[in-house]
Design a protein around this ligand. Sequence first.
Ligand code: BGC
Length: 771
Amino acid sequence: MEGEMDIRGVLAQLTLEEKASLCSGRNFWSTKAVARLGIESYVLTDGPHGVRKQATDGEVVELHDAVPATCFPTGAGLAATWNRALLEEVGAALGREARAEQVGVLLGPAINIKRSPLCGRNFEYFSEDPYLAGELAKHHVRGLQGQGVGASAKHFAANNQERNRMLVDVVADERTLREIYLPAFETVVREAQPWTVMCSYNLLGGTYVSEHRWLLTEVLKEEWGHTGLVVSDWGAVNDRVASLAAGLELEMPGHGGSTDRELAEAVRAGRLPEAVLDAAVERILTLYARVMEGRARGGPRGPGRGFDEGAHHALARRAAGESIVLLKNEGGVLPLPRAGKIAFLGAFARQPRYQGGGSSHVRPTRLDTAHEAAVQLLAGRGEVVYAPGYDLARAEPAPALLAEARAAAAGCDAAVVFIGLTDVFESEGFDRKHLRIPESHVALVEAVAEVQPRLAVVLSNGSPVEMPWLGKARAVLEGYLGGQAGGAAAVDVLFGEVNPSGKLPETFPRRIEDTAPHRNFPGDERRVFYGEGVFVGYRHHDAGGPEPLFPFGHGLSYTSFTYADLRLDRARMTEDETLIVSVTVKNTGQVAGQEVVQLYVKDDAASVVRPEKELKGFEKVALAPGEEKTVRFTLGRRAFAFWDVAARAWRVESGTFTVLVGASSRDLRLSGKVHVEGRPAARTWDQNTSVGELLEHPVTGAWAQRLARKYFETLGQYAPGTAEAVMMEAMLRELPLRNVVRLARALRPEHVAVVLDVLNGRAPPSALPEV
Ligand code: BGC
């Protein structure tokens, strides 16, 4: 009813108290009604990979008291699919389930950058790369909102650790924010308009994000054009009046109206202009109209509780299958034959770890296990032997369980070992302390390897782990946290029903010391310094950092692909033009498969320190054996730009760029060059302009040379080429204009203003003073 509801008209009828009341929740999960005007309450609930709707009312939080819902793979797994269309399908399924439960806003996607693999919530987040995270987020939101249910892009912004998440002050420079931590939000806002953006708990540059006007209003609303509203993370508000003035419209959860009263009093006392409150309420009513319009479309049709549980489970299985990354496959040990005797070892084969802890925890509609799926698949053809191998509740190896697993493996044709991180490792609320998996899981791989060379490992974990046992396994599948169908999906891949096509959306380091923020994570009690700047993930490893265990973008297949015929549609372009890149990819193996074609851009020479290369395009392409397809990418100015700190704007610097295309960040098959002509930096010159800059500037260059000569005359003569002359010249280049005046009589003080007028275009070059 957005079109039908007269938002301004409703606003005009609301009393001050009613307006203030709409700015916070009724309880934990719902908004307030205004019965007199027919405004109803609606529900906002978690979360990114499933609908966690509390069965009881929302007066208290009951994290495990949820109505059943399809548990899709968590964000890390969905990201490993690199499949935009699939993210949109999952988003739409979430939307149908949310609508069946009368949920107005589903709190996701969670798109914070994985700064360190230790962050406890990385399992919910997409990637270390902002381009990948932004593209996937956009499609998640489009799918969800296409069903008439609002999204909440969270947690905005720079919430990259759980430790001290409500207290920590993130110290990061604007370039780091603009290039790494903000772009995923920028993309999703500009291109998918999530109905809400959730502000994070932390502080940024000394200000609570919930009170950060620059972030919530100047950047989000004014620069990116967000038309939705900002909702607080649950309990993120510090000072309600300050937060409303900064651009935070809806506080969640509500607490009995106390902060509503603060808002009304602030308006009455003249501390908060009523127009600011009105603008917030207008956005709140706009969201309300959108929610009601979505609701009016009618509930979804299907058997059961209003959506087709079977179809959604099948989608969860397909998504999980595509999220699995084949890290290693020596001697083609996978896929396994669909006959014979196979050992399934490790308790995860029967009690899967398939999601993480905290607010995103979903109660699944059903739960597949790998063991059960394998038994079904091999029925009548082969046998599956199971042994738990470790005790899920204990990290120490249990000798009896190990002996049983070893004996089972010895008598089989091959063994699959299911290991990873147990529930206690990954959750909202705390970070990991190290990258290790439980000792008992490592011991199981080692024990089985002693007796069974045909050994494959299936990992269940939401973020990278160390793999000291890697040499003992012929094949490794990274299963991430695969959701309720993850067990069956692992079997689909193990036996070749599904050809793996996942690629790592993050770097797997060899050890935690190899990660960029290592010394600055999680910071001290109140402050974390993003000292690595833009060098996060592969950007760090590429910049002369240590070799990763598995690089960003890595993932194998049961078939092989060749890359040929890279074409750039032009050799030169201006920054306002676009570049079309095409490449032909061919399936040269025996089975159908999908390849994620990745495109990276490298700035060959830049005036600032830039990453070696950055992901700027990807396409997932399905190919039958022998088939080839041409994949096309379109690159606009942002693909070449960096954040210019002085100009506070994106800038493309003129020069040559290399376009690299390949199968991972370290398996680049083809490259081409393009010369991009950028606009000169828009810059204001001031008294701190250096002589070096004057010498290089086209308008002042010749004049500055005369100035330099005069400067040396006043100081005495230095024989050209001597160390002293080299030093004096270097020192002169570093001198700011104001000091030229102080240190030598080469320029008079009143001339400085004239030089600046010329540089800033306020006076013609002929106005430059005689030197
Ligand atoms: C989490 C959010 C979540 C909210 C509501 C917070 O603790 O950070 O991601 O949406 O709770 O459950």
